[in-house]
Design a binder for this molecule. Structure first.
Ligand SMILES: [Cu+2]
Length: 143
């Protein structure tokens, strides 16, 4: 009898709307057509050349594998894209017009961009000595 009651309760519950308590995974927070992981090392980006496409949503995962803080920055590039989403500290956050994204050692951030126009852009680390030591790369946005 107890078992039957439990079964009836279970069946009754099936008809009720189930509250969604689970947080969507970060991957699902913003849909992207393409994903590229960019490693920020001491003192280079890997890869150092990126190819994106106008109108596609590109998820750029910025991973700092180095021992010191690095930046992924490009004032020209961030002006030529629509920012679809930004994830920092595991949480979706507003992207406040920044052009140089700092990433702590061992940390990662994600920016989802949709290029608006074709072109070639340089990206660098914000720290001048890091640029001098090789932290620079190229983003090509194809039509
Ligand atoms: Cu750096």
């Amino acid at each position: 009898m107890k078992r039957l009651f439990a079964l009836a309760l279970f069946v009754a519950c099936l008809g009720l709307p189930v509250p969604v308590l689970a947080q969507p995974s970060l991957g699902a927070a913003f849909l992207a057509d393409e994903t590229a992981t960019i490693e920020l090392n001491d003192f280079a980006f890997a890869p150092r050349d990126l190819a994106l496409k106008v109108g596609r949503r590109h998820r750029l995962i910025l991973k700092n594998k180095g021992q010191v803080m690095h930046y992924f920055g490009s004032s020209d590039f961030f002006k030529a894209v629509e920012i679809v989403g930004f994830i920092s500290g595991g949480v979706a956050r507003p992207f406040t017009g920044q052009t140089h994204i700092p990433v702590n050692p061992g940390d990662s951030k994600e920016v989802i961009v949709k290029p608006k126009e074709p072109g070639q852009f340089t990206f660098t680390c914000f720290v001048p000595t890091h640029v001098y030591n090789g932290m620079t790369g190229t983003i090509t946005v194809n039509p």
